[in-house]
Structures are given as structure tokens and as C-alpha cells.
Design a protein around this ligand. Structure first.
Ligand code: CS2
Ligand code: MG
Length: 403
């Protein structure tokens, strides 16, 4: 069996999504997500110029060997662009293998470890009251876990919060990066009130999550974690940037609030120290940005030794293919924690017909052979690429800030 052809499909049925389609000489094909928000075209080039020519003629069943060939053979290891491209190949090949086996992907991985996958949704509001209104809507839809984010008095817009009340929040929505103002002090003084209000209205049963988007220093993160312990967050996410992994030792010393990190990671090396020293509770590295199922499986297995659970990134800048593959993985992985879910636009769901289903706060991946997500290429062609970037943050004095 041989790979006959491979192509990249870029579509924007809501946001830019990049898909790799690999076709075999026996008619079976597989698809993988290659979307890297704001750097989509770099991955397109990496695939078209450097990977696809090397794939033609290879046996698509040799997933591990192809992974090693692309990872080690490139000489330049790791990094988001290369690892996203490798992930797209890897997921497409797992899709092919599962289709050949006539099995849903979770069966190939080792079968079900659970019946259904708990997800968390996003509730955002310009202030606490409008965020509570959004939490009510999500609870009514059956979600058992909700990430809460709200605007901060004195800071007009902040990343992670939708611009208009009732509108879904989109991580990248301007043709050039928007500039946001950030004040850690104002945020630290305000955000505990949000958690208090959510606990007060919804009691202890609702899982509350929160994303800091890398905007605090370690000592500020330690303060926040300590102050909000009584609200029993499911997790506090990305409280600092983490190029220096041992900075989490300081945060950990001060708080029992569970910590999650990893949506920007693409390899085990990016989180090895965090995991090994038990400085985090959840690892958020996801299939599309961390080298595919083959690599994320290595990260999850390593994490399981240190009591770290998975909590994969699942924002709308990951395509339904990523969601489908993640749900199969989540169904299997023994140390599953939770899965992020942001609903895609209706147009996106039509471009990517899928077998996964939501019911009462949980997803199931479906039982069709493969990862259960397809692409309607004709429809995809109706939504051409549109530049869209994440915002940058500046402190009130104009300093460009971390995140
Ligand atoms: C966020 C994302 O889902 C999350 O937790 O941090 O919105 C993230 O900022 C984007 O996916 C980045 O592209
Ligand atoms: Mg995040």
C-alpha cells in the first residue's frame, strides 16, 4: 500500500482552518488538522514544500516510522510550525489505519476507558453579571464544567472575553493584531469576585475553570491561586508564560489551586520538568500542535506516572478534525481529566461533517471507522483564507506584556 497523493486545503468558514488530506493507492484517504492560528500559511508551506514530496510512495501504515522520519529527518526538531505539520500527517495516517481496520480510532488506541468525555465550555461577559448570565445558559445546555472570564473595571477589552454581550468569543478576529491594555493589579483585585459570584449562584457541583492567558508573574500567580482556593477551581490555566519551567515551583509552594498549562507546547521536552516535579495537575498540549496522536500519547503516558491528567486545548482555532481525534484519544487515555469545547460556527460544522455528538455535558466520538470527521471540499472552497490575528497586550504605560 502506498501514499498516492497529498494536498492541503485552507478554508475560513468562521476562522482559518488548514487540513491535510492524504490519499492512498487503494482509495482510502485520511485527513489531519494543520491549523496554527495566525501562522496558518507557514504550516501550509511546510507541508507543501517540505513534507508532501517526501510522503509520496511511502506505506501509510508505517505511522511510527513516518513520524520519526519527519521529526528526526528534518534536523530542526520541535517548534509549533513543524510539529503542527507532523501532527497533520500523523492524524491523517491514524485515520487511514482505523478505516483500514474498520474500527473507530479509540479501538485502535486500546479501547474505551470511559463511556463519555466531559467537556468544559466558555462563559464570558463584559462584567460579572453578564458572565453569570452566560453560565446560566451553559448550565441549561447540560455542561458540568464552565470556564468563566469577565471584563475588568478600568480595562475596556481583555483577551478571553467576547467583545459584545451574548456573542461567542473568538480568539483571533482582526486583520492585524489588535492592541489591548492590561493591568495585573486591576485583574487580581477583581477576578476573585467573579468566582465568588459563580459559587454563590451555582453551588459546589459546577466545575469552574479560568484562563489567565499567561499574563501574571509567578508571584502574582501564587497570590491569585492562594486567594481563590476557597472557590475550589477545577483549574487555573496558563497563569504565567513558562519558558522557565521551574518558575512553577514558586507558584506551587503557595497554593493548592490546581494548575493547567500547555496549549502552546509541542513536545514532551516543553513540559518534562513541569510534569516530573509535579508542578502542574493538567497538561493541555493538544494533538494538532504537539505532533499528533503518536506524540501526545507519549506525553500522556509520561504524565500518568506523575498523576498529571490531560485537559486538551479545544478552541475554535483547532478544526473539527482535531476535536474528533481528541475525543477518540480522550475516550481511551487512562489519565483523562477534561476536554475543552468551543462550538464551531454552523458553516464550519457543514464543511467538516462529523460523527461526534454532544449530550448533557459530555461528548462521544461516534463509532464510524477512522476519527469520524470528513471534509466537504466543494463547500470548503467557498470560504477563502482571511488574515486574522490574536491581539497583543500592553501595560497601561505602553510596555508590551507577556502572554
Ligand atoms: C485559549 C485559546 O482556549 C483557550 O484556552 O487560550 O483561546 C487560545 O488563546 C487560542 O486557541 C490561541 O490560538
Ligand atoms: Mg488557554
Amino acid at each position: 500500500m502506498k501514499i498516492r497523493s497529498a494536498k492541503v486545503i485552507v478554508t475560513c468558514p468562521g476562522r482559518n482552518l488548514v487540513t491535510l488530506k492524504i490519499e492512498t493507492d487503494q482509495g482510502v484517504y485520511g485527513i489531519g488538522d494543520a491549523t496554527l492560528n495566525g501562522r496558518e500559511k507557514s504550516v501550509v508551506s511546510y507541508l507543501e514544500d517540505h513534507i508532501i514530496p517526501t510522503l509520496i510512495g511511502k506505506d501509510p501504515q508505517r505511522i511510527e516510522d513516518i513520524w520519526q522520519y519527519l521529526y528526526r529527518g528534518a534536523y530542526w526538531r520541535r517548534g509549533p510550525i513543524g510539529m503542527t505539520a507532523i501532527a497533520a500527517v500523523d492524524v491523517a495516517l491514524w485515520d487511514i489505519k482505523a478505516k483500514l481496520a474498520g474500527m473507530p480510532l479509540y479501538q485502535l488506541l486500546g479501547g474505551k476507558s470511559r463511556e463519555k468525555v466531559m467537556v468544559y465550555s466558555h462563559a464570558t461577559g463584559l462584567d460579572i453579571e453578564s458572565c453569570l448570565e452566560e453560565v446560566r445558559k451553559h448550565v441549561a445546555l447540560g455542561y458540568k464544567a464552565v470556564r468563566v472570564q469577565c471584563g475588568i473595571p478600568g480595562i475596556p477589552t481583555t483577551y478571553g472575553v467576547s467583545k459584545e454581550a451574548g456573542k461567542p468569543y473568538e480568539p483571533a478576529d482582526s486583520a492585524l493584531p489588535a492592541e489591548h491594555v492590561w493591568s495585573s493589579e486591576k485583574y487580581l483585585n477583581h477576578v476573585p469576585e467573579l468566582f465568588a459570584a459563580v459559587r454563590n449562584e451555582f453551588g459546589e457541583d459546577l466545575h469552574i475553570l479560568h484562563d489567565v492567558h499567561h499574563r501574571l508573574t509567578p508571584i502574582q500567580a501564587a497570590r491569585l491561586g492562594k486567594e481563590v482556593e476557597k472557590f475550589h477551581l477545577f483549574w487555573l490555566e496558563d497563569c504565567t508564560p513558562v519558558e522557565n519551567q521551574s518558575s512553577y515551583e514558586l507558584i506551587r509552594k503557595h497554593t493548592t489551586t490546581p494548575l493547567a498549562i500547555g496549549e502552546v507546547f509541542n513536545s514532551l521536552s516543553d513540559c518534562q520538568e513541569l510534569i516530573q516535579k509535579q508542578l502542574i495537575d493538567y497538561i493541555r498540549a493538544t494533538i494538532t500542535h504537539a505532533g499528533g496522536i503518536t506524540n501526545v500519547r507519549r506525553i500522556a503516558d509520561f504524565a500518568s506516572i506523575y498523576h498529571v491528567k490531560t485537559g486538551f486545548h479545544g478552541a475554535t482555532d483547532l478544526s473539527p478534525i482535531c476535536m474528533g481525534a481528541a475525543l477518540h484519544f480522550d475516550t481511551w487515555v487512562p489519565n483523562f481529566g477534561i476536554q475543552e469545547h468551543m462550538p464551531h460556527t454552523k458553516e464550519t460544522d457543514l464543511v467538516f461533517p462529523h460523527a461526534y455528538e454532544f449530550k448533557d455535558g459530555f461528548f462521544t466520538p461516534g463509532d464510524v471507522p477512522g476519527h469520524g470527521v470528513d471534509i466537504d471540499e466543494e463547500l470548503a472552497a467557498k470560504y477563502p483564507y482571511k488574515p486574522a490575528y490574536l491581539p497583543v497586550n500592553r501595560l497601561e504605560d505602553g510596555t508590551l506584556w507577556n502572554w
